[in-house]
Write a new protein. Sequence first.
Length: 109
Amino acid sequence: MEIRAFGRDVGLNGYTDPSEAKHLAEFGGVPGLVLDLGSGGGWPGQEIIVRSGRSVVGMDMVLSGLQIARQRVADTDIADRFHFVAGDGQRLPFAPETFGTVLHADALC
Ligand SMILES: C[S@@+](CC[C@H](N)C(=O)[O-])C[C@H]1O[C@@H](n2cnc3c(N)ncnc32)[C@H](O)[C@@H]1O
């Protein structure tokens, strides 16, 4: 698939690594709540919270990923800024303009 999309094997593994999460966190986007669509195990939402102090909603249709992400931040000082919603990103259950920034890292693929 990478060869079809990029013309070469660029080493994608389907998950955001810490350096990519750092890059996304520093990108910033528009101020306000961040939606991490297809949040999986919690990257890069966790990194965005730590680096920017913003609050993030992680949304995924797979409960086990949400549970991993929640456990990853439980008992940390960012737990109250990382919220989780189970659902299909093609049918967002949020009011318009709830989020300043919406990102999807290796999701919807
Ligand atoms: C390859 S993983 C990437 C996870 C994380 N974003 C990362 O970079 O580590 C893709 C994730 O997107 C989720 N996903 C795919 N389609 C989705 C949809 N329509 N709604 C919600 N989540 C979706 C999958 O369940 C999976 O957790």
